[in-house]
Design a protein around this ligand. Structure first.
Ligand SMILES: [Zn+2]
Ligand SMILES: [Zn+2]
Length: 153
């Protein structure tokens, strides 16, 4: 999604743009926090609200966070999937690995499944590389020493 300035809209997390107190411009301060450049009022986007709530209520469930912040559980789960939030170690965990369903604290996969995923991608890379090294591939090798090597043989 692009906004009126042609910039890619960074988030859909209800970013505060205008100060509710004085109508001033809200300036991004980091980690979901915004401050009015006029009256210095602080406001949070959904990410900031959830992050603050989790800091104060360690071990909160998604339902409790939704009740406390008004941020929808779907949005909370998205934040977790994007790795922007991490569930506290002592939390009643509400994230599950999308592959093996094991309980996780952030992201979409448990560390093992993530590693396995990367191993598969790497294996695929090796396969593609070995195919192109055998001369079936186009590009790169054509420009390098490959041709000369073949001629010498
Ligand atoms: Zn203000
Ligand atoms: Zn897993």
């Amino acid at each position: 999604m692009r906004n009126e300035n042609g910039l890619v809209e960074l988030d859909s997390y209800n970013r505060p743009k205008v100060c509710e107190v004085c109508g001033g411009v809200m300036v991004f301060q980091g980690v979901g926090e915004y401050q009015c450049e006029e009256c210095k009022a602080i406001a949070y986007d959904d990410y900031g609200k959830v992050r603050c709530y989790i800091e104060k209520h360690k071990g909160a469930t998604a339902a409790e966070i939704e009740m406390g912040t008004g941020v929808k559980q779907r949005v909370i789960r998205n934040l977790l999937k994007e790795g922007r939030l991490e569930v506290a170690a002592d939390s009643k965990v509400f994230m599950h690995c999308e592959i093996c369903k094991k309980e996780i604290r952030t992201g979409r996969y448990c560390p093992e499944c993530e590693k396995n995923y990367h191993r598969r991608v790497e294996e695929q890379q090796r396969l593609e590389r070995s195919i192109s090294m055998q001369g079936f591939g186009l590009g790169q090798e054509e420009a390098t020493g490959e041709k000369r090597f073949r001629r010498e043989r």
